[in-house]
Design a protein around this ligand. Sequence first.
Ligand SMILES: C[S@@+](CC[C@H](N)C(=O)[O-])C[C@H]1O[C@@H](n2cnc3c(N)ncnc32)[C@H](O)[C@@H]1O
Length: 275
Amino acid sequence: MSAAARESLPASFSDIDRSSEELKGHVIEYLSGTASNPEIRRMRATAFQLFAATEGERLLDAGCGLGEVARHLGSVVGPRGSVVALDHSADVISAAHARHDGGPVTYVVGDVTALDFPDDHFDGVRSERVLQHLADPAAAIAELVRVTRPGGRVCVIDTDWPSLTHDGFAHLDDPSVRSSSLLGSTAGRIARSLMVKAGLRGVTASPVTVCFTSPSDAATVLPFFDPQQAKAVDFIPDPLLKSFFDSVDRAAERGDFLVAFTMWVSLGRKGEEGG
Ligand SMILES: C[S@@+](CC[C@H](N)C(=O)[O-])C[C@H]1O[C@@H](n2cnc3c(N)ncnc32)[C@H](O)[C@@H]1O
C-alpha cells in the first residue's frame, strides 16, 4: 500500500488520531458537511423513527463522529435521560465536545469492539457508518448487544458501497476505481445478518437510497467530488483525476449529474431473557 493510500480519508477513519494534521482537518470538515446534507438528514429521519427514543432513556451512539446525532437524542431523552457519545478518536471527541449544547450528553473515547460499559447498561444503542471501517464488524455487534438491556434495541446504519451508481460523467466504473477498498464494503447489507446471528429479535432492515444531483452536494458525502479533497481521499487514481473532473464539470453544466447509493438502517431487540 502506498503512503498516499495509507493517508487516504476513508482509510483514516479506522485510526484518525494517527493521521496527519492536514488529514484530520479534512475528516472534521467532512463529518461536519455530511451532517448537514439533506439526503443524510432524510436517512437519519428514517433511523430516528425506527429507533424511537423516548424521554428518560439511557442511550449510546458508538462511533459518534462530531456528535450531532447524540445531541439530537439528548434533546429527546431530556434531563432525566442520558446519551453517551463514544468515538475511537480523541481528536474527533474533542471536536464533538467543542460543539456541546448543554444537553445530557457525555463524550468519551472508546472502541466499539471493546466497550467499557457493564452488561445490560443501555435502553438503546446505535452505530452509524462505523462497521465499514472495522476489521471485525461482528465483534462490534456483539459488544453493542452485550451493553443493551433485555428488551432494549440496537440500531446499525451503514452503506452498501457496491450499490453506488451514477450517470452523466466518466470513470466511476473503471476497474481501478471499483477495486478500491472503499467500494468493496457491503457493511450496510450484511448488518442485518450479523445482528440476527448475534441473537437479536425481529431484526428489520430498511434501505434508504440517497441521491445527489450536483457535484457540490455529492461532495459533502462523497469527498472525491471535491477537487480540494480528491487527492487526500485517494479514490480516483491520479492519471484519471483530470479527465474525471472534466467530465463531472460538463455534467454539472448540462445539469445531468447524478450519483446515488443505498444505506441500510437495521434495527433489532435484545430478547427479554437477554438473548
Ligand atoms: C464515517 S465516520 C461516521 C461518524 C458518525 N457516526 C456519522 O455518521 O456522522 C466513522 C467514525 O467511526 C469512528 N470509529 C472508527 N473505528 C471505531 C471504533 N473501533 N470504535 C469507535 N469508533 C470508531 C471514527 O473515529 C469516525 O468518527
